[in-house]
Design a protein around this ligand. Sequence first.
Ligand code: CP
Length: 308
Amino acid sequence: MFKAHHLLGIKDLDTEDIEHIFKTADNFKEVINRPIKKVPSLRDVTIVNLFFENSTRTRISFELAEKRLSADVLNFSASSSSVSKGETLIDTVRNILAMKVDMVVLRHPMAGAGVFLSRHISARIINAGDGTHEHPTQALLDAFSIREKLGTLKKVKVAIVGDILHSRVALSNILLLQKMGAEVMVCGPSTLIPKFINKLGVKVEQNLKKALQWCDAANMLRIQLERQDIRYFPSLREYSMQYGLNREIMNSVNKEILIMHPGPINRGVEITSDVADSPHSIILDQVENGVAIRMAVLYLLAGKKATS
Ligand code: CP
């Protein structure tokens, strides 16, 4: 039995729920690799994708997942809506729900936007990224991709490298991986490691080579310049020299490491093309798995019986 009413953050899920999502996603991954990729599971369900912030992967992945499940899909983009005329988030959502919409997928630049909305509406909400807070479906697809390649998450060592301070992907990954028995290290310049990190029980490393020597999987994060109000390092070139993943440092470590990135990639900054496109990279597997994971989350939150 799936217990969560919303998926606002990883705290909404226990290990049983996460296993349930993974097993359901295993089934949906098989479905989306069939010649006919569609199942009727959410045929009577209407879902709105509310995006108040730019997105490529998450928006398309949710829309495709909804269509593969035969849901009715509405897409809302803040830039072309009445938000520009001063309409509030609650009024926007209440008006959309008045048209008999069942579920809301919400991306918003403010941390806690989904939690706030959940106090005002009864429809189920999935957080598709809220500011610097959480991105739970990204963490689910990241962990699912590691489990798929390594067979387990138990005792797997994952290094999350880069701009931890401004990353919702980092927090959701840390919370989920630890729940599932993985060990987590964060690596980056001290200015981009949040002060509360020690409370999360992760290892902290400032040397990229040492982090790579320790880990089984390295999740490379983008420098989130759009969320930075001050300068946290002298220049992108200097950041790249210290924390950029390139062929030279990979060769010097000389071990098998899964290379991950949630996207969008800034090639030549946090990762070079020869590493991003190498056989060790599972970046496009993550994107493929995102559809199956989002199908599983939508399906389980909608509370339907399995369809094969
Ligand atoms: N990983 C991710 O959230 O990418 P988008 O911002 O393109 O959705």
